[in-house]
Design a protein around this ligand. Structure first.
Ligand code: DGL
Length: 269
């Protein structure tokens, strides 16, 4: 007898559109799960905002998703995960998976020389959340973090293989590569779209950790452990809620998601 929770959707949220990279990984890993996505497109970016503001915004989003009766929450935004994950966990009764915990776990599993680089937004880097996540699993690991504030706008612009982006990436990677890292965590929702460029610039000896894939694995494991995976083998229901629908949203969103974006609705929190 399947749990009554099984057919409920997974709630995924982000400061904006970037969390669609995590949603994409979830859809690929768990093709029969219903998903409700929330992107705070009116107030993005969060990566340069204060902790108090991000906590307040995150609470509003979580309350909205809980009203949608989600069975599990995925914090797809690294910045929200970095500063508000504990508060969110204390607020809800459903399991909460966040990108940082998943990414840190994956990085620790992958590194062979215990030297891990992290690239992320300034707020994520300042929070030290990746370093804490890694050290909780491996006290000997060294974590070298680099804030990359210019990468989010470059990705939103669609400059995924542009000389300006390449030069920017080279500058940002210089200090972390100098530390002899063998693993680089893509600590921001937008960076998976830069994977080919980042792989070229980091070099073939460095393994890239994409938190989106790590999260999807962790969600799959949690659903199965709790016996709340959807047993239905029907076409799943995907709904997208945003606080604004800016120009080019559809185009950029579909690039992030890797498929067409239907059932999009604008809401106010
Ligand atoms: N979603 C954010 C993150 O993963 C990037 C965009 C923002 O700054 O809000 O850190």
């Amino acid at each position: 007898m399947p749990s009554p929770l099984a057919s409920r959707p997974i709630g995924v949220f982000d400061s904006g559109i970037g969390g669609l990279t995590v949603t994409r990984a979830l859809m690929e890993r768990l093709p029969f799960e219903n998903i409700v996505y929330f992107g705070d497109t009116a107030r993005v970016p969060y990566g340069v905002k204060s902790t108090a503001t991000i906590e307040q915004f995150a609470q509003q989003i979580v309350d909205f998703l809980m009203q949608q009766e989600v069975k599990l929450l995925v914090i797809a935004c690294n910045t929200i995960s970095a500063v508000a994950a504990n508060k969110i966990r204390a607020r809800v009764s459903v399991p909460v998976i966040d990108v940082i915990e998943a990414g840190a776990r994956n990085a620790v599993a992958v590194t062979q020389n215990d030297a891990i680089g992290v690239i992320a937004t300034p707020t994520t880097v300042n929070s030290n959340a990746y370093a804490r996540g890694v050290h909780a699993l491996n006290a000997d690991a060294r974590v070298y973090s680099q804030a990359c504030p210019l990468l989010v706008p470059l990705v939103e612009e669609g400059w995924l293989d542009h000389p300006v982006t390449r030069l920017t990436v080279q500058e940002y990677l210089k200090p972390v590569l100098a530390e002899g890292i063998d693993t680089l965590v893509l600590g921001c929702t937008h960076y998976p779209l830069l994977k080919p460029l980042l792989a070229q610039e980091a070099g073939s000896s460095i393994k890239l950790v994409d938190s989106a894939v790590s999260v999807a694995e962790q969600v799959a494991a949690t659903l199965s452990e709790l016996g709340i995976a959807n047993p239905q083998r029907a076409e799943p229901d995907y709904r997208y809620y945003v606080t604004d629908i800016p120009l080019r949203f559809q185009t950029v969103g579909e690039r992030f998601l890797g498929r067409s974006l239907k059932h999009l609705e604008m809401v106010q929190l």
